[in-house]
Design a protein around this ligand. Structure first.
Ligand SMILES: [Zn+2]
Length: 318
């Protein structure tokens, strides 16, 4: 099929449909570019469509006043700590770091406590009051396009954001412009090829692009970045990649990627027994530990807020 909006990676517009339902069985056409293997919605939503979609859950309704639950905060904090452990040794001490799509603000705060000048922007800013007043994290409501182009960051974090973008290439080029020469970009997003990412559980209106390792790496290259390090393994539900800004913008596509991605998707529809068993055991553990986790999270967040209330918000928010 021919699509109106060309492939963000290779610019062609010939796609094959691979699914017609989202994870909740609502109609959603998902297609794969026959040239480069990029998987995305058949109809890329317009900026207006996206604004309407997101405004239902926050923006106007909450106006920064929403309070995240303790489990959500604890998970976001532990996730931020994992990311900081993974990449902080690659970033110069005291470096200036920007998180694009900072959400609750936990990761920004974790990096600040690790000695970096960390700040975050979030276009919706649904948790802005919580981020700033409880966590004392330096987060502002701002979109990537509205940031002054003169900001010189040593590193940018893009965590569970790229899959939501209409044009990841444009965003990555914009980010490259915000970084110093040799600056770092850390990207995390769902991995379409993860064993449990069966297509029945995958597709979601808000995730315009669905990435595999090759397409994330190609997006990086098209935005002016080269891969430095990949974290996690093929079992991990998320891709975790650290890129370095280069002076070259290389648009390279892999003609075998489409075939490989389709083969991978067919495989995940028929999981081997041992993987399925592992998945089921994980699910049972998850459900049975819910009450315990809730208690643990409440205590965790109380300590966390105590700890954060002693520290200062950085210069941007002051
Ligand atoms: Zn393509």
């Amino acid at each position: 099929m021919k699509t109106e909006i060309p492939c963000d990676l290779c610019g062609r517009n010939i796609f094959d449909r691979i699914a017609d339902r989202d994870r909740d069985n609502r109609p959603l056409d998902t297609v794969i570019c026959t040239n480069c293997g990029l998987v995305r919605h058949a109809d890329v939503p317009s900026e207006e469509d996206l604004a309407t979609f997101y405004s239902g859950s926050y923006r106007e309704e909450y106006n920064g006043e929403k309070t995240p639950g303790p489990r959500r905060v604890m998970r976001a904090w532990l996730n931020g700590e994992r990311i900081c452990r993974q990449i902080s040794s690659a970033i110069p001490a005291g470096a200036k770091i920007l998180e694009v799509g900072a959400g609750i603000g936990c990761t920004v705060k974790v990096f600040e406590q690790a000695g970096f000048r960390a700040e975050g922007i979030d276009p919706g800013g649904e948790f802005l009051t919580y981020s700033r007043e409880r966590l004392r994290a330096n987060v502002t409501i701002c979109s990537l396009d509205d940031l002054p182009g003169t900001s010189q960051f040593d590193a940018v974090l893009l965590i569970h954001v790229i899959e939501h973008l209409r044009s990841p290439v444009n965003a990555l080029r914009r980010i490259a412009g915000l970084l110093k020469p040799d600056g770092l970009l850390y990207v995390e997003c769902p991995n379409l090829q993860a064993p449990f990412a069966s297509r029945r559980r995958l597709f979601h209106y808000a995730h315009i692009h669905n990435l595999v390792p090759e397409t994330l790496q190609q997006f990086g290259a098209a935005g002016g970045f080269e891969l430095q390090q990949r974290f996690g393994d093929g079992q991990d539900p998320n891709l975790q990649m650290l890129f370095r800004k280069t002076s070259d913008v290389i648009l390279k596509t892999d003609p075998l990627n489409a075939q490989r991605t389709l083969k991978g998707l067919r495989r995940t529809d028929f999981l081997p027994y041992h993987l399925r068993a592992r998945y089921m055991i994980d699910r049972v553990r998850k459900v049975s530990s819910y009450a315990r986790e809730q208690l643990r999270a409440q205590a965790f967040v109380e300590r966390l807020i105590d700890n954060c209330s002693g520290s200062q918000i950085g210069s941007r928010a002051a």
